[in-house]
Design a protein around this ligand. Structure first.
Ligand SMILES: C[S@@+](CC[C@H](N)C(=O)[O-])C[C@H]1O[C@@H](n2cnc3c(N)ncnc32)[C@H](O)[C@@H]1O
Length: 205
């Protein structure tokens, strides 16, 4: 998807995103963040933070920067920050594929339900690696194309419809991991049959 389509679609979602998606997305976001072993003073980057479903889950002893392309989604996230007094969290408008941060700025990077939305997932993961410290954690929550070839065909068939509603259904986990050179530590589903995966990777650079 191109930038303008992403901005238009997520502007439309911003007011209703939590009502529609929280029940599907929140359990994996919670599981991932609770497993991240966040230490006091850790600096965390949340790429494509959206309306900030993840934000109340970060412990107050770390510093979090949430970035997103969509001002409308960020406005919702900012409301959460203010309502909940999350003073350890900063939000910024930024493109995941061109991060303004210096190399090695963060201990951990979290990317949930974003890899299949950005125009270039591999470029996004390369940027995540660049700004994450060596041996830091890069944690991805996303839908990936099924390894079963029949389901994969269905997902390819559905891809044009999915793109119209804001994401792609044909992203191969193996493909993006190979292209970005991330080393996977853990890769699991919350339930036996689940559309989304949680991937813990280490940044070897
Ligand atoms: C499905 S939402 C996920 C939001 C949140 N991470 C969650 O799990 O609920 C995808 C988000 O990615 C953002 N996004 C898409 N492309 C982006 C880009 N190039 N740079 C930054 N954010 C982007 C969208 O604006 C949207 O807020």
């Amino acid at each position: 998807m191109d930038y303008e389509s992403i901005k238009k679609i997520y502007a439309l979602y911003s007011d209703v995103y939590d009502v529609i998606f929280k029940r599907f997305f929140y359990p994996r976001i919670r599981s991932a963040i609770q497993s991240m072993e966040i230490h006091p003073g850790d600096r965390i980057l949340d790429i494509g933070v959206g309306t900030g479903l993840s934000l109340p889950l970060y412990p107050r002893h770390c510093k979090v920067v949430g970035i997103d392309l969509s001002m409308d989604m960020l406005e919702q996230a900012q409301k959460k920050v203010e309502r909940l007094g999350l003073s350890h969290i900063t939000l910024m408008a930024m493109d995941a594929m061109n991060l303004f941060f210096n190399d090695n700025s963060f201990d951990k990077v979290f990317i949930s339900h974003v890899v299949s939305v950005v125009p270039d997932p591999v470029r996004t993961l390369e940027e995540a690696k660049r700004v994450c410290k060596r041996q830091g954690d890069i944690v991805i929550v996303n839908h990936f194309q099924s390894e079963n070839r029949w389901f994969a065909k269905i997902e390819e068939f559905l891809n044009p419809i999915c793109k119209r509603i804001g994401w792609r259904s044909d992203i191969s986990l193996k493909g993006i991991l190979e292209a970005s050179g991330l080393r996977v530590e853990r890769n699991y589903k919350l339930k036996k049959i689940d559309l989304w995966r949680i991937v813990f990777a280490t940044n070897d650079k």
